[in-house]
Design a protein around this ligand. Structure first.
Ligand SMILES: N[C@@H](CCC(=O)N[C@@H](CS)C(=O)NCC(=O)O)C(=O)O
Length: 217
């Protein structure tokens, strides 16, 4: 099986942490897609994922699975013992609720800010010198507000419970953690205003799956 990704980028990092949590990395070949060279917008890659983003999982039968949450569902259920996406109907529902909030408010929020309010991946891909740029930049700035509201919300959640979706580590933790990685890249860090989020972040950073993911992503 293959994973198409780009080392150092936040969404691929989500999958590297999942692979480490599930001890599956050795079963995969990693194929680098050069985002700066716009390889992900070429027909060969778009045939794998019309969304034109990484990561993408390729199964041995040629099936392509895009979207981190879908890839995580697949990987987490391979051994019949899901540990990241919930084992009971209640846990599954709570994890997916928080995962959706983490996707919408955190990883998409900071991603939109990066692509629309900063030079992002550069002039060729982002077209930030286009006449529409001013409006897009303003929209991107508003996405940063959404991200900061997300930080505030998750800080309040983590003041009440150990992890994002309850007492156990889950895919929702991975999503929030990787959104914070992306935020740090653009200079936005977790400050003293968010003490529970900061303590949780330090704990997640210390997990073997996060610390030792083979230097990948
Ligand atoms: N919703 C997607 C997001 C994937 C995504 O945005 N990946 C980024 C890398 S971190 C990407 O490929 N960006 C390229 C671009 O936007 O042109 C997922 O969950 O996999």
């Amino acid at each position: 099986m293959k994973i198409y990704d780009m080392p150092g980028f936040p969404n691929p990092a989500r999958i590297h942490i999942v692979l480490a949590e599930k001890d599956l990395a050795a079963q995969f070949e990693f194929v680098k897609v050069d985002l700066f060279a716009a390889e992900h917008k070429q027909p060969a890659f778009l045939a794998k994922n019309p969304g034109g983003v990484v990561p993408v999982l390729e199964l041995d039968d040629g099936t392509h699975i895009a979207e981190c949450i879908a890839i995580t569902e697949y990987l987490d259920n391979l051994d019949g013992h899901p540990t990241l996406t919930g084992a009971t109907p209640r846990d599954k529902a709570l994890i997916h609720m928080m995962q959706k909030r983490a996707d919408d408010w955190m990883i998409d929020g900071i991603g939109a800010y990066f692509h629309h309010a900063t030079p992002g991946l550069g002039a060729t891909l982002e077209a930030y010198k286009s006449p529409e740029w001013a409006g897009r930049k303003e929209w991107g700035e508003r996405q940063l507000e959404k991200f900061k509201n997300g930080m505030r919300y998750f800080d309040s959640v983590l003041a009440q419970q150990a992890y994002i979706a309850g007492p156990r580590f889950s895919v929702a933790d991975i999503t929030v953690y990787c959104a914070l990685l992306h935020a740090a890249f653009v200079g936005i860090t977790v400050t003293d205003d968010y003490p529970a989020l900061a303590a949780w972040q330090a704990g997640v950073a210390d997990r073997p799956s996060v610390k030792n993911r083979g230097g990948q992503s």
